[in-house]
Design a protein around this ligand. Structure first.
Ligand SMILES: Cc1ncc(COP(=O)(O)O)c(C=O)c1O
Length: 419
């Protein structure tokens, strides 16, 4: 295994923590390259969660008994860990069920709070995941605000020029992915912040946060949303970070228990931050698990994780670019991170993905990747009969260059087979 980051011993320790990486699929060692959809889960995080469930679990906040207090402490400690991880304050961290919930939360809260009105513009990019597009587009139909887009070029790249071209739209809100789940492009967030100084700046961190340490203060983002399951944590838990002064201003999306201060038959007042946004019983063990995951990632070393993924990303892109029977999407520079979307000329992506699984135990994803509008952009720039979908191979810190070599071998096999 070749890595300038992990020693052989480091890597063996990592492997021990992900039993799936040692299992066989169709008689071969599994090569898991579907991390952008969801990462594998760590045995040590699961063991800690099991201990929490078996020995310390209860509902949180309300009761005064010992288990409730242990569970509450664990839940609030998880919030503190997330806050520290992002350089935020604990009251600025709201637990959600994931990125999709986070965006729906914000659109609805902005409307209810009178922040988004008929005369306002929301700026997105053409590479957004449906999670950061459908809620804006649908609710614009009912509430009359405009949705505009930063255009992607024919490779699906958002250029600095395209960003600057939209400057005069003067959007009330700009909501953009930190890293595209299709093109792998890491967005120039600093340029976006500087260009839209007076807009509310939302970053969809679903792909970015698992790979890159984000300092919300340094980046000056107003809201950041992400999902735990793309960074080892359980499904059903996510985070919405918001600047305190903005969270204080906006109306909750969900109403119910826990989020209230006083309730009468006629009216309601809200709890303090962040509880005002956490109605009902939360995914308690999920939040606690996300906290354990952050401990785990910090213990391995987030800088090392970033560096290893960067090395793998460069290797993956270079190897793929050498295949003349493959069309690749996204930028051809160092902004292309952690995944590659591509098509094998003349072969449907589902067939490619299926053959890779069956013959090489390589797990990839094929389809439109919840980005149908972007597929139509890629179709215009494509030199092949574009199937409105792509294959996507995505890495995480437990992958190796050998995994990528097996992918490449599989793709060469597919080419020969279809000839
Ligand atoms: C960029 C991006 N945004 C949003 C999402 C939605 O995340 P979730 O399904 O966890 O809500 C994804 C999931 O793939 C994504 O890649």
């Amino acid at each position: 295994m070749h890595s300038t980051v992990w020693s052989y011993e480091d890597f063996c320790r990592i492997l021990d923590d992900f039993p799936s990486l040692k299992r066989e699929v169709n008689g071969k060692r599994l090569v898991y390259l579907d991390n952008a959809a969801s990462t594998l889960k760590s045995k040590s995080v699961i063991e800690k969660m099991t201990d929490f469930y078996l020995n310390h679990y209860s509902n949180i906040h309300r009761a005064v008994h010992t288990l409730a207090s242990e569970a509450t402490v664990a839940y609030e400690e998880a919030r503190e860990k997330v806050a520290k991880f992002l350089n935020a304050r604990p009251e600025e961290v709201v637990f959600t069920s994931g990125t999709t919930m986070g965006i729906n939360f914000l659109v609805n809260s902005f409307i209810r709070s009178g922040i988004l009105n008929q005369e306002d513009t929301v700026l997105l990019s053409q590479v957004e995941h449906h999670a950061n597009l459908v809620p804006w587009v649908r609710l614009s139909k009912f509430h009359g605000f405009r949705v505009e887009y930063i255009k992607a070029d024919e490779k699906g790249v958002i250029t600095n020029e395209a960003i600057l071209e939209t400057k005069n739209l003067n959007p009330k809100v700009i909501s953009i992915t930190g890293q595209s789940n299709v093109t792998g492009q890491e967005m120039p967030l600093q340029l976006l912040r500087e260009t839209f100084k007076s807009s509310i700046f939302i970053v969809d961190g679903a792909q970015l946060v698992p790979h890159k340490k984000i300092d919300v203060k340094k980046l000056d983002v107003d809201f950041l949303v992400f999902s735990g399951h793309k960074m080892l944590a359980p499904t059903g838990i996510g985070v919405l970070y918001g600047k305190k002064e903005l969270l204080e201003k906006i109306e909750p999306f969900l109403y119910g228990g826990e989020m209230i201060d006083k309730v009468t038959f006629e009216d309601v007042s809200f709890n303090v931050l962040p509880y005002k946004f956490e109605a009902g019983t939360q995914h308690i063990a999920g939040a606690v698990g996300l906290g354990y995951t952050i401990d785990y990632l910090e213990k391995i070393g987030f800088e090392k994780i970033e560096k290893h993924i960067e090395e793998l990303s460069g290797y993956l892109l270079e190897k793929m670019a050498n295949l003349d029977f493959v069309e690749i999407y996204g930028p051809f520079d160092s902004s292309h991170k952690s995944l590659v979307s591509f098509n094998v000329k003349g072969v449907h992506p589902h067939d490619v993905s299926h053959i890779l699984d069956e013959n090489f135990a390589v797990a990839t994803r094929s389809g439109h990747h919840c980005a149908q509008p972007l597929m139509s952009v890629l179709a215009r720039g494509s030199k092949i009969d574009f199937p409105n979908s792509t294959v996507r191979a995505s890495v995480y810190f437990y992958n190796t260059k050998e995994d990528i070599d097996i992918l490449i071998e599989g793709l060469k096999y597919i080419k020969r087979w279809f000839e």
